[in-house]
Structure formats: C-alpha cells, structure tokens
Write a protein that binds this ligand. Structure first.
Ligand code: NAP
Ligand code: ZN
Length: 349
C-alpha cells in the first residue's frame, strides 16, 4: 500500500477537492518522487472540465512536476535518493516502435500520459501531479539542475518542451522571423526560447496590457492581433509562427503573414474547432499549417539543459493547492503572469 494525497476533479462541473488514493509500489525500474511543485497547464483545466470529452473521473491533473527522489528500484541507474527530478506529460510508451526508438515517445500509439490515461500497473487511470508523490519508470524521469529556482522550473516540463520542440523542428535560429501567438503559459516560454535561439521574435496578443511584459521576456516586436493595420504591416514576412492560443479563432489572419513555404504550427487544443482556414491562403504561397505534441524524453532533457545554460525559467505565481479552483477561473480570464505553480507543501492530510 502506497498511500498518496491529492486534489481531484470528480465531474466536469465540480470543483477540485482533496482526494486520497494509492500509487503503485516502487518496481525495479521505478523512481518515487516527493512532489515539491507542480505547474498548472491549461490542459489540466480542459481535462478536469471534460472539454475534450475524454475525462475518466476522478481526474488528478498536473504534468509539470518537480521534486526529490525518495525511493529507487533495484535496477535504477541514473537517479539516487535525494536527487532533484522532473516528470512531464508522459509516463510510459511501448519502447519499441519507430517513434519510441527515434526518441519521439509522444507520438507512440501506446503513449501513456501522466494523468487520465489507462494505467497498466493499477488497472485504473494515471493520476497526475496535484499530489504529494508519484511513482514513474526511470526512462520518463528528467534530471533537474539545482542552479535554477525549482518552482519556476516546473512549467518547463510541459510549457517549455511543448514550445521548444517545434522551434527546434522548424529550425528557428539567427536570421528567422518567428511569430508567437498568445502570451500565456506556453506563449511566454516560446518568446523566451525563440529569443535565446537567436530569432527575431514577434509576439501576437489580444491583450494590450501585456505589451511591456512581452518585450521584457524577449519579444522584438509586439502586435495586437485585433488591429488589422498592425497585422497588415507583417504580411508575407514570417518563416514560422507558433500558435499557442487555447480558444478557437480565425487562423487566416496569421496564415497570411507567412512567407512562401512558411509554416504555422498549432500548439493549442481548444475545446471547439477553429473555423476552416482558406485554401487560397495555403496554395498560393505553398504555406503549411502543422501541429506538434509536447516533446520526447531525450529532447525534454536537452531543453532543460538549454534552459539551465541560458538561465531560462518560467515567470510564475506560486499558489497553495487550496487556491486551485480560483486559479482556473483566473487562467480563463488571462489573469496569470504567466504560470501558476502549486507549492505542494500546502497539501496536507
Ligand atoms: P494559457 O496560459 O491559458 O494561455 C493561452 C493564451 O491564449 C492566453 O494567454 C491568451 O493570450 C490567448 N487566448 C486565450 N483565449 C483567447 C481567445 N478567446 N482569443 C484569443 N486568444 C486567446 O494556456 P496554456 O497553458 O499556454 O495552453 C495553451 C493551449 O495549448 C491549451 O489549449 C493547452 O491545452 C494546449 N497545450 C498543448 C500542448 C501540446 O502538446 N500541443 C501542450 C500543452 C498545452 P493573449 O492574452 O496574449 O492573447
Ligand atoms: Zn501541459
């Protein structure tokens, strides 16, 4: 019996409440982590409120997990008790398919997410990081630098890797003109990362009060996306746009800003579908709309090392777990600068 405590949602309409449950016992290849901080991703809200129609309750959200190793299985090689450790959105995959062997476990057909996935160990669902501890296969545990503020590192495990991976895949670097759409949890990490990679970064926002912050975070220019004149000034000029918006919206106003052969990659997974984009906008300049899902384990470690090297963390507001329901409401209003992180010391039996 491996008792754990958490906050869980029991239906789409109810607030998250304290919930006791059991983790699996620590197996030979497992690491048990005492969770110290957990970031609050918009995906947590989408899932807790069943906006993707796939929630199996109770849902214990949380996939931006950092903490300390408290127990290791007999065959664990890369971690020892007392080490800092992180867990992101993935806790298992088949390990043998082409995606897994390419280090792209997030695209494995049998990937297991950190919460709300069938858990082969317990026969229940996986339960996430709004909890005091977690047991995870060593392969899916990341090394965390002690140089950075631990609470501010937590959001790198989802918001960081989800934006780092497409920026790398589309070869963003010196000489690229990159647009980031939306200055939320993902968007503010994308601005910092694209800036550190040496690109010319333009941030698109619907919130005029975020202009000064965007510049401080690394944007070279800021555009209010509701202002057609400001948008027109950037027509046909972008190599790459990363769209992190969490709500359905008109994609065409951004597609038009891509150069010939430019790509807009969608990170956001809104509750409702985007209106279908114009075919003309795509075919006349051979533009592409793509998507990207988090990142593989190897690349997540690479991103964490990149952030340690460049002194990059998330801008956070630390909250007590008792404030999680209010935090969800504030996230929906865009009232977060730019990621809530739960201090798990506030979770008591
Ligand atoms: P977030 O912190 O709530 O940020 C979303 C941002 O989108 C807001 O800050 C806002 O930026 C913009 N926005 C929100 N509503 C809007 C609206 N109605 N119209 C225009 N812009 C709006 O969310 P997040 O945690 O960054 O997550 C963003 C999305 O990515 C979510 O759908 C999440 O589920 C998804 N996600 C995907 C992956 C993946 O692997 N692909 C991983 C994690 C999360 P401005 O105020 O600047 O306009
Ligand atoms: Zn996330």
């Amino acid at each position: 019996m491996n008792k754990a405590i958490s906050y869980a949602a029991h239906s789409a309409k109810e607030k998250l409440v304290p919930f006791n449950f059991e983790r699996r016992d620590v197996g030979k290849k497992d690491i048990q982590i005492e969770i110290l901080f957990c970031g609050v991703c918009h995906s947590d809200l989408h899932t807790a409120r069943n906006e993707w129609q796939n929630a199996v309750y109770p849902v214990i959200p949380g996939h931006e997990i950092v903490g300390r190793v408290v127990s290791v299985g007999a065959d664990v090689k890369a971690f020892k008790i007392g080490d800092l450790a992180g867990v992101g959105c993935l806790v298992d995959s088949c390990g043998v398919c082409e995606d897994c062997t390419d280090g792209l476990e997030q695209y494995c057909d049998q990937e297991i997410f950190t919460y709300n996935s069938p858990d082969k160990h317990t026969g229940k669902m996986t339960y996430g990081g709004y909890s005091n501890q977690i047991v995870v296969d060593e392969h899916f545990v990341l090394h965390i630098s002690d140089k950075l503020d631990l609470a501010a590192v937590a959001p790198l495990l989802c918001a960081g890797i989800t934006t780092y991976s497409p920026l790398r895949h589309w070869k963003v670097g010196p000489g690229s003109k990159v647009g980031i759409v939306g200055l939320g949890g993902l968007g503010h990490m994308a601005v910092k990362l694209a800036h550190a990679m040496g690109a010319h970064v333009v941030l698109f926002t619907t919130s005029p009060d975020k202009i000064a912050d965007a510049k401080r975070l690394g944007a070279d220019e800021v555009v209010i996306s509701k202002n057609p004149d400001e948008m027109q000034a950037h027509l046909k000029s972008f190599d790459f746009i990363l769209n992190t918006v969490a709500a359905a919206h008109n994609l065409d106003i951004f597609v038009e800003l891509l150069k010939r052969d430019g790509t807009m990659c969608l990170n956001g997974v809104p509750e409702h579908a985007h209106p279908s984009p114009s075919i003309f906008n795509l075919i006349f300049k051979r533009r592409q709309i793509a998507g990207s899902l988090i990142g593989g384990i190897k690349e997540t470690q690479e991103m964490l090392n990149f952030c340690a090297e460049h002194n990059i963390t998330s801008d956070i507001e630390v909250i007590a777990i008792q404030d999680i329901n209010e935090a969800y409401e504030r996230m929906l209003k865009g009232d977060v600068k730019y990621r809530f992180v739960i201090d798990m010391a506030t979770l008591k039996d």
